[in-house]
Design a protein around this ligand. Structure first.
Ligand SMILES: [Zn+2]
Length: 193
């Protein structure tokens, strides 16, 4: 295999099967055109904010003495000014978060979903939507977000079927509705009771 991982990372045996597709997908996004080089203080601040948000120990920031851009569980390596930018840092910090999780998978579906969340939080909703669209176009797999919901209400619909209605705990403006089979109804009524 031609894959060479750099640094000491977990799950090095897991094949990095969608790296190329993910690179192609992100490159098409307009936020990757942001080549503003961040100052050392801004890099530290961004790395610190992302770490705090992800509840991980901030990695050591290495800005010189290396050839490659990479990340491990406890280091982020950005050796060129061209990589000391918002999109590069969001990508590499998603690796740091992924390598601190129990689901480390390089550029796999867990990484992709973390990367989406980092972009949403630290670049913005528009960029998040753009990246999501590009992932779909390039068939980059990502783990779908599980929506935790408040206790659902079972409702009768006009056609005699039942549906449940609820709202997401995280975002109460997000309504969740699902038409139920009879088995689902029995299951939900058990849970509510
Ligand atoms: Zn990467």
């Amino acid at each position: 295999m031609a894959i060479s991982y750099i640094g000491n990372i977990p799950n090095a045996h897991i094949r990095d099967h969608q790296r190329k597709r993910l690179y192609e997908a992100e490159e098409e996004c307009s936020f990757w055109n942001n080549i503003t080089v961040l100052s050392i203080n801004n890099i530290k601040h961004l790395v610190g904010s992302i770490s705090e948000w992800a509840e991980i120990k901030p990695p050591t920031i290495i800005l010189e003495g290396h050839i490659y851009v990479y990340a491990t569980q406890d280091a982020i390596v950005l050796p060129y000014t061209g990589t000391q930018t918002l999109p590069f840092i969001c990508h590499e910090m998603s690796h740091v978060i992924n390598y601190n999780s129990t689901d480390a998978d390089h550029h796999g579906r867990n990484f992709a979903s973390t990367y989406l969340k980092v972009v949403r939080q630290f670049i913005g909703l528009k960029s998040y939507r753009e990246l999501l669209g590009s992932f779909r176009k390039h068939k980059v797999k990502y783990r779908r977000r599980k929506i935790e919901i408040k206790i659902p209400k079972v409702m009768d619909m006009k056609n005699g079927r039942k549906a449940f209605n609820s709202v997401s705990i995280e975002d109460q403006s997000c309504k969740v509705c699902r038409i139920l089979s009879n088995n689902d109804v029995a299951e939900i009524e058990k849970q509510i009771a």
